[in-house]
Design a protein around this ligand. Sequence first.
Ligand code: DAH
Length: 338
Amino acid sequence: MIEDIKNYLEEVKEFTSQKVEDIEQFRVKYLGKKGILNDLFLKFKEVPNEEKKELGQQINNLKQAVNQKLEILKETLKDQNTSEAESDLTRPGISLNLGSRHPVNIVKNRIINIFKKIGFSVVDGPEIEDDWHNFTALNMSEYHPARDMQDTFFIEKDPDMVLRTHTSSVQIRYMEQNTPPIRILSPGRVYRNEDISARSHCMFHQIEGLYIDTHVSFADLKQTLQYFTSELFGKSEIRMRPSYFPFTEPSAEVDVYWGLETETDYRITKGTGWLEILGCGMVDPNVLKNAGIDSEKYSGFAFGMGIERIVMLMYQIGDIRMFTENDIRVLQQFSNEF
Ligand code: DAH
């Protein structure tokens, strides 16, 4: 019997094949119900006790050798399958999902391009801002009631620092460093200490515009905004309602005539046909002075708008939270827009 097992061992060692059927046959021959190993175990029961130890060991060796051989052959089969698959040039390719621009960026870029055509350039400012640039220089000194209009996140460690509540702070920074003529846009994130709901968020985006030169008048402001709304919305009828901002005098809120053609027009304009899109005004001479610009010589206008608000109007998005939820089904709808 020991001799038989040696022969089997030899056979197992030498066996090799890359065909599934051969390997299966080999497995059945040794490990099947009526296979060699079961047969050996049956015979094992009948041999005298003193022979059992050695014979048992031999049978186990054989079993191990068979299992090892099967493992190895299975591995090579697997490798072979993948390399065959790789060289199959007719297989469908692996498709990658293309990314697309975020709707806030799409509209931001459009607005920038519209103003670039009339000589505005883009400038940046910090999101963590000091009190001077966010409030005081914009005519909102400490305890000024207008600070209440913008619920603010303060930086605990430094009471002089805030998360900027608007991009108007960049006006001051730019005027401090540059001399007129000035024509800038500053897009960016702003923060308000507000509950998140369908209509409000603690973080959103604004675009600020500033134009300073000699003899800039309110008529220039109106003309510029008319150009802007006709380029962005294809609608050039606007109206300016008197309003209040501490940093502009006079100040206005601008509505664009959206029309009352569809049911949606009725709904979003609350039946009036008009939609508010931004705030603006003539820069207060005191703000010019605060930023080191001669207010006798120069005048200018400023405007500011919320980008999310405009995207929501353009694409009829009813909930501001959609911009930060990263739901791919929402974002994919913008994949053809630039
Ligand atoms: N900073 C204002 C806000 O956050 C928006 C604004 C209004 C900006 C009038 C301006 C402006 O430059 O002239 O609500």
